[in-house]
Design a protein around this ligand. Structure first.
Ligand SMILES: [Zn+2]
Length: 433
């Protein structure tokens, strides 16, 4: 009796081991798969434009870039995208992936945000994540989330349990008591910090929770509120910047108006978000320090188009419509002065999939399509501190590739609206050919 049981047990163990082995072998095979991706044209983001390019992808990394078909290893899977222009996977440095809502009939999006429990929101947010990939964005920097939903989502994506862009997340953004920011679902909210000691504690809490980057709101202004009153003192901002840098984290500072922008820049922020009406001295300081400007012009266009569904009070259209030209004008001035830009959409609610429309505003602000594309590739990668692995199609880089119909270097709207195929980490995640 006992020996039969032992035999059954042994058989079970062997079976389990066999199943595990085959699963391992399978994932190993995927990880080691060699693919040759052919593009009619390829812009590698380092400034080189290839014709009839062949990108050899080995597992999750790019092995080589060239034009010699004899370099394709025997047995490699060939993906023929010779009808398209190839770009590196695009990077959006300002999203809120977990502020996801849908168009549930009759339920204003602001209300959905407050009435959905975090676990449900994270599950629903996979739809926004998929739409983000579909517009060619394979990496995001997510700047502000409640209940560490962003950390959960980042980890689920990294584990392969959810399909979405690679996320670098900030946990709670820091803001003062009484900022007209969205009411948190749970009190007290994890991001409130008044005075230098609380700022230090809150930065440390985000790092301890697993944040990749720190976010601080240095002015009023969000949704249909376009005021830009500075909310933090210079000393508080400087404390946040130094604490973030002390942990090897970068910091992104929100300011709708010029005062918060001025103090954020001289405190040493890595990027400045939104900032309108900046004075010349602040713009010059950004050039000198290499501060990245993320103007997020298009998100106010999205609010104008969708404010009724979001649930804004009447009068929002006029306010937002008056803010957009000031935002664009500040971007034009900063671009002319030589400030470095990174593309950030501030995507929220149902804006996912429209992330790259910001590039159209950059062209309006005076950039060539080539310069605009740099803001979503090499510049964005450098802002993330990932300039050696993301934002470029080159040997050793992560295999994130996008195929676009047409020529985005001639017409930026091709990059915005004609994404046909996307690879992330060597796996094809979108194929609309
Ligand atoms: Zn934002």
């Amino acid at each position: 009796m006992r020996s039969v049981r032992v035999l059954v047990l042994l058989f079970g163990v062997v079976l389990l081991a066999a199943v595990q082995l085959s699963a391992q072998a399978q994932s190993h095979a995927t990880a080691n798969a060699v693919r040759a991706v052919r593009f009619g044209k390829l812009r590698d983001a380092k400034g080189k434009l290839w014709t009839n390019a062949i990108v050899i992808v080995d597992g999750t990394k790019i092995r080589s870039v060239g034009t010699d078909a004899s370099a394709i290893p025997a047995g490699a899977e060939v993906i023929d995208l010779s009808a398209y222009t190839g770009l590196p996977g695009l990077i959006d440095v300002h999203t809120h992936m977990t502020m996801y809502t849908d168009e549930t009939p009759g339920v204003p999006m602001l209300k959905q945000m407050l009435n959905t429990v975090p676990a449900v929101t994270v599950f629903l947010a996979r739809k926004g994540a998929m739409r983000t990939l579909e517009c060619g964005v394979t990496t995001v920097r997510d700047l502000g989330s409640d209940q560490y939903m962003d950390i959960a989502m980042r980890d689920l994506i990294n584990r392969g349990e959810m399909i979405g862009p690679r996320m670098f997340v900030s946990g709670y953004g820091l803001y003062i008591t009484n900022t007209p920011y969205k009411k948190p679902a749970v009190q007290p909210d994890g991001g409130i910090a008044d005075g230098v000691p609380e700022v230090l504690r809150t930065v440390r809490q985000q790092v301890a929770a697993g944040a990749d980057v720190i976010k601080l709101y240095a002015s009023t202004g969000t949704d249909d509120d376009v005021t830009g009153f500075e909310t933090y003192s210079y000393e508080e901002i400087k404390a946040a910047v130094d604490a973030a840098h002390g942990f090897g984290r970068k910091i992104a500072i929100h300011s709708y108006g010029p005062d918060g922008a001025r103090d954020a820049v001289r405190a040493g922020t890595d990027s400045l978000e939104h900032a309108t009406d900046m004075d010349d001295a602040t713009i010059q300081e950004m050039v000198k320090r290499g501060t990245y400007y993320v103007p997020t012009i298009d998100h106010n266009r999205y609010y104008v188009d969708n404010g009724d569904k979001i649930g804004y009070a009447p009068g929002y259209k006029e306010r937002l419509a008056a803010f957009i030209p000031r935002n664009l004008e500040t971007a034009r001035k900063a671009n002319k002065a030589g400030v470095k830009f990174a593309m950030g959409s501030d995507a929220i609610y149902t804006m996912f999939g429209e992330n790259t429309r910001e590039l159209g505003w950059f062209v309006k602000a005076g950039m060539t399509p080539e310069q605009a594309l740099r803001t979503a590739t090499v510049n964005a990668a450098a802002l993330l501190g990932k300039e050696n692995s993301l934002g470029t199609v080159a040997p050793g880089f992560t295999a994130d590739l996008v195929a676009i119909q047409g020529d985005p270097l001639a017409d930026i709207s091709d990059a915005i609206a004609k994404v046909k195929w996307v690879m992330k980490d060597g796996a094809v995640v979108v194929d609309h050919r």
